[in-house]
Design a protein around this ligand. Structure first.
Ligand SMILES: [Zn+2]
Length: 433
């Protein structure tokens, strides 16, 4: 089944792959550094809970022409575990108990929107992720009607307070099975969201990531994303890792969102579990990104890999990030290394003519799988990665054989330049073909 292009088709050179970075709770300084050196990210996702700490980051983003996107973290607040997290408790709209649909449908919802607009103003944000929730029951979920009203109220309030140029990126968080098994429900959703005054759709599916990328699942993602093109705004896939990159290569997503050295999957059950107080506040263990293998290795295995002459020759970083420090620098400053190398990978994909991108990502995945056969003998934890990428490779082959390739509209990352050109400010949203 070929996917019909619904969005405005731009010349291939004008359609690079966009990338939004979520710095996470400890990474904002690394990202500031990266932006300051000219990193090519579309935007950075900031948190109102870290307003003071992320000041320099927001400034760097502005200087670099990257969008500052505010995530209100409202989705997390609806779960007992999510709401109890320290990071969520530091939000200006922190709550003692999880949010419920009936509560946010009324006055409390209006109050939340007020606080949100204040936070947007304070952060000088260019865009905000709409305060939506995880829809476990899809269109029958009690959050569904509440979220639509909240998005409308947010646009109205932004306009009323003079923030007409602040964009709304509408987050749709749904079970992956819904995308796959219920096309009529999805088109109902798309028809309803289409009437919302939004500028992009941020799609998050549960479960996501390379561990869930079998042919059936990937086909469902391709079909689901292309059904959502009916909304007529750019589509950004959140928390997909290599699967997200593949979705952009297959032309059904215009961009992806990723955290630094992590956040390449989403499992809603993690939000249901109460945080472990003994590990709260500590960052995840250090992992080093190996782009040629599309994988990460833990710190100790990274040293073993670099200590092996053959592996060092193949996978030791010779990128700009580690030019001065040598490959060992990628372990010492693993987050900076990730930002550069992941960015390079997306840039490379952007330079491949669109019709050849599916084949390009397939070659990349197959190359990684071949490399992993040997690399796992030195770094055994790569075994899992080899298995998962093998599955992804099969899925991509099957999708290409079925000609499931689409055309996306790119995220509007060059809107600042547009804003300077037009008197009305930024153009929005992207036109339909
Ligand atoms: Zn490096």
């Amino acid at each position: 089944m070929a996917i019909e292009p619904r969005l405005r088709v731009l010349p291939p050179e004008a359609r690079p792959v966009g990338w939004y970075v979520s710095p996470g709770w400890n990474d904002h300084s690394v990202l500031t550094y990266f932006l300051g050196e000219g990193g090519n990210v579309t935007g950075v996702v900031v948190s109102p809970a870290m307003s003071e700490r992320q000041k320099a980051l927001r400034q760097a983003a502005r200087t670099q022409g990257a969008q500052v996107v505010l995530d209100p973290h409202v989705m997390e607040q609806a779960f007992r575990g999510g709401n109890a997290r320290g990071s969520i408790q530091r939000l200006p709209w922190a709550r003692t108990s999880p949010a419920t649909p009936s509560e946010l449908a009324g006055h409390n919802g209006a109050e939340l929107i007020q606080m949100l607009v204040s936070a947007i103003a304070e952060a000088g944000a260019d865009a905000v992720i709409s305060p939506t929730h995880y829809l476990s029951k899809g269109i029958r979920d009690p959050w569904w009607p509440v979220d639509l009203v909240l998005a409308l109220r947010l646009r109205r309030e932004l306009d009323r307070q003079g923030f007409r140029d602040v964009r709304i990126f509408h987050r749709l968080a749904v079970p992956a099975a819904l995308l796959r098994d219920d096309p009529s429900q999805l088109s109902n959703m798309a028809a309803r969201i289409r009437r919302l005054p939004i500028d992009a759709l941020w799609l998050r599916t549960h479960p996501s990531g390379v561990a869930h990328s079998g042919p059936f699942v990937f086909k469902g993602l391709l079909q689901g994303c292309s059904a959502l093109h009916a909304i007529g705004v750019p589509l950004v896939f959140e928390r997909g890792g290599p699967v997200g990159v593949a979705l952009t290569a297959f032309g059904v997503a215009g961009g992806i969102e990723s955290a630094i050295c992590g956040g390449e999957s989403f499992d809603v059950n993690a939000l249901r579990q109460l945080p472990d107080p003994s590990v709260e506040g500590f960052g995840p263990p250090i992992r080093v990104f190996v782009p040629e293998l599309m994988s990460y290795v833990p710190k100790d295995e990274a040293y073993a890999l670099l200590g092996n002459r053959l592996m060092n020759a193949r996978y030791g970083c010779r990128g700009r990030c580690c030019a001065k420090s040598g490959p060992e620098g990628s372990v010492r400053d693993s987050r900076r290394h990730f930002l550069y190398r992941f960015s390079d990978q997306l840039e490379k994909l952007s330079h491949v003519p669109e019709h050849r991108r599916p084949q390009a990502i397939i070659s990349e995945v197959n190359g990684a799988v071949r490399g992993l056969v040997q690399a796992r003998t030195v770094a055994p934890s790569l075994g899992g990665s080899q298995e998962r990428l093998t599955v992804l490779g099969h899925s991509l082959d099957a999708a290409l054989a079925a000609r499931m390739v689409g055309h996306y509209s790119l995220p509007d990352f060059d809107y600042r330049r547009q804003a300077r050109r037009t008197r009305e400010g930024a153009l929005r949203p992207h036109a339909l073909g």
